[in-house]
Design a binder for this molecule. Structure first.
Ligand SMILES: CC(C)(COP(=O)(O)OP(=O)(O)OC[C@H]1O[C@@H](n2cnc3c(N)ncnc32)[C@H](O)[C@@H]1OP(=O)(O)O)[C@@H](O)C(=O)NCCC(=O)NCCS
Length: 162
């Protein structure tokens, strides 16, 4: 995949936009995860994702505002979704469906057919989203997540994006 080509990928309902992230957008992307998820990421990891061809970091914009992103690790024609998040104040409006739907088209256009992910068994919103898109559960990983002195199982999902 040519990571240096930063193009507008699609427009939806005249004000939603999906495309690859740029360096000067990392602060906002970091802000979304910092205030919208219980696990914090090192900001340098986002720079690495833009620089390193083994990763994909794509955003969704509502007019001029970045309202979510998806982070993916590629392994040949397979990939792992490592994060998909919508800014807290924009949740419940269908934006993750747009983000995931555009991502599946994006991955398909680069020949990436098998998509894997792990999700906390307690994360019902995300589970509903992934199942809605046809992801199938294939395994469980006991006590995979550990935070706030809690151990939470992960459910592993996969999708063959044909
Ligand atoms: C999971 C998340 C991405 C959903 O984003 P969203 O934009 O609010 O979701 P949408 O409005 O697009 O809804 C998409 C589907 O998700 C499910 N969903 C969303 N919110 C839900 C909720 N509160 N309860 C149950 N299901 C929910 C539904 O199936 C919904 O489809 P429907 O409206 O047709 O029924 C968002 O809650 C989020 O960013 N969570 C924190 C990060 C995270 O947990 N990411 C996943 C782990 S990698």
């Amino acid at each position: 995949m040519q990571r240096n080509i930063r193009k507008k990928i699609s427009t939806y309902k005249e004000n939603l936009n999906y495309r690859e992230a740029k360096y000067d957008e990392i602060d906002k992307i970091n802000h979304i995860i910092k205030y919208g998820y219980h696990i914090k990421w090192d900001k340098d990891f986002f720079y690495k994702m833009i620089d390193n061809g083994a990763y994909i970091l794509n955003i969704i914009k509502l007019e001029d505002e970045i309202i979510g992103f998806i982070a993916i690790q590629k392994i040949k024609d397979e990939c792992d979704i490592i994060m998909l998040i919508i800014d807290q104040k924009h949740r419940g409006k269908g934006y993750s469906k747009f983000l995931l739907g555009e991502t599946l088209n994006y991955l398909k256009s680069y020949g990436i057919k098998k998509i894997f992910l792990d999700v906390a068994a307690t994360n019902h919103s995300a589970i509903n989203l992934y199942e809605k898109f046809g992801f199938k559960k294939f395994s469980e990983r006991l006590a995979y997540y550990k935070y706030d002195n809690l151990e939470i199982d992960a459910i592993s999902y996969r999708l063959v994006n044909s």
